[in-house]
Design a binder for this molecule. Structure first.
Ligand code: S3P
Length: 429
């Protein structure tokens, strides 16, 4: 197994950087491009392993995708033109790939089987199986416990109204993609609003949908037409650099071309409440808002994160824990039970990491209570194959007082190709 030691930065993070393209938006651009009629062009694609799993899945369904420099050209086939895959579709580590594809394949006139890596096979799929079944879908969890491998027998679907128990963009998106093919209206209500990339991109591909507050509604069947999509930088990747710069004295970091969709940028509100100095300068965007983030060091103090703020920073939990560990006072992060069923049990794994770094932490069923330490100690970290845990560990090593050794650091490639090199460049090492 490879191992990486991240040593304390001798200075703050400086310079102007960009981060790889938004993983969440790229999954959707690929899938919508595949089911649209005509050509879709996706610009600025620098996807990691998760996005490549979605690209391979589209190809397995007969969709030609050309990748040249950072531009993808997708020869959309329309729903009717997708062909039965000749083998299992491997979603690898990507929950978004599996859940969104399930919504598409539920209405296609052929059978398919979705598999994934050990982490993905542990994650709950009943949250898409059950609501899709109410639309007429036939999806079987092979182990019988709601987890993948999933066997999908395509069926004609009927629109339905769904009230989700948990805010989930993946579930909402799977239902909207099924709704596109279903007869009649499909309505989805969430308890808190999750990221709205699917809604924005569906509109960019010519779909009509209505959304208001916690509701979104689509009439089916509808056809999509190919579109040109420019991918912004991934806010969830920028988050690791933003927190590192906020903590390290002497930092002044500019991150250009980052997606600043408000359903994703809860971390900016959290850090601002903690006293951070972050400026957001809007840039010209397309379907998604884009901007430059300018982060300067300032001493952070404790805060409380829960409810809507937690949903808007769902993927930032690991790095938020590092910010809390370096802040003055006791930070409470609640309503985070969903984090236990991400690529790893992020609540438990972060509690363990913080303890190893010498930070006082209390683990609750739905979150953590973290008391900031004067400095972080060294540790050896097993990220359990979870990209965001590995990257949070690297930031701990950079901002702490002693090296952090990360086992299997390459799992960061799932979302942020070249992460450690980018971090080292910003730190001038
Ligand atoms: C995602 C939605 C979120 C998020 C995940 C990506 C998406 O998951 O955690 O990393 O692209 O739709 P949930 O829908 O399970 O909350």
């Amino acid at each position: 197994m490879t191992r990486l030691a991240v040593t304390p930065a001798g200075r703050g993070l400086r310079g102007r950087l960009t981060v790889p393209s938004d993983k969440s938006i790229a999954h959707r651009a690929l899938l919508l491009g595949a089911i649209a009629e005509g050509t879709t062009t996706v610009r600025g694609f620098q996807g990691g392993r998760d996005n490549r799993a979605t690209m391979a899945a589209c190809r397995a369904l007969g969709v030609a995708i050309e990748e040249r420099a950072e531009t993808l050209t997708i020869a959309g086939r329309g729903f009717d033109g997708l062909r039965a895959p000749r083998a299992d579709i491997d979603c690898e580590n990507s929950g978004t790939t599996m859940r969104l594809l399930t919504g598409i394949l539920a209405g296609c006139p052929f059978a398919s089987r979705l598999v994934g890596d050990a982490s993905l096979l542990r994650r709950p799929m009943r949250r898409v199986i059950e609501p899709l079944a109410r639309m007429g879908a036939s999806i079987t969890s092979e182990p019988g416990d709601g987890r993948a491998p999933l066997r999908i027998e395509g069926r004609e679907l009927l629109g339905a109204t769904h009230a989700l128990a948990v805010a989930s963009a993946q579930v909402k998106s799977a239902l909207l993609l099924a709704g596109l093919q279903a007869a009649g209206a499909t309505r989805v209500r969430e308890p808190t609003r999750s990221r709205d990339h699917t809604e924005r991109l569906l509109r960019a591909f010519g779909a009509a949908l209505r959304s208001e507050d916690l509701w979104v509604e689509i009439d089916g069947p509808q056809r999509l037409r190919g579109a040109t999509i420019a991918l912004p930088g991934d806010f969830s990747s920028a988050a690791f650099l933003v927190v590192a710069a906020a903590i390290l004295p002497g930092s002044e970091l500019r991150l250009a071309g980052v997606g600043i969709n408000p359903t994703r940028t809860g971390l900016l509100d959290v850090l601002t409440a903690m006293g951070a100095a972050i400026e957001v300068v809007p840039e010209a965007g397309g379907a998604e808002p884009v901007g430059t983030l300018i982060v300067r060091h300032r001493r952070l103090h404790a805060t409380r994160v829960a409810g809507d703020l937690l949903v808007r920073s769902i993927d930032e939990f690991p790095i938020l824990c590092i910010a809390a560990a370096c802040a003055e006072g006791t930070t409470e992060i609640r309503d985070a039970a969903e984090l236990r069923i991400k690529e790893s049990d992020r609540v438990a794994v972060m509690a363990e990491m913080l303890r190893d770094l010498g930070v006082a932490v209390e683990e609750l069923p739905d979150g953590l209570v973290i008391t900031g330490a004067p400095s972080l100690g060294g540790a050896r970290i097993d990220p359990r194959g979870d990209h965001r845990i590995a990257m949070a560990g690297a930031v701990a090593g950079l901002v702490g007082a002693a090296p952090v050794v990360i086992d299997d650091p390459d799992c960061a490639e799932v979302s942020f190709p070249g992460f450690y090199a980018t971090l080292a460049r910003a730190a001038g090492v």
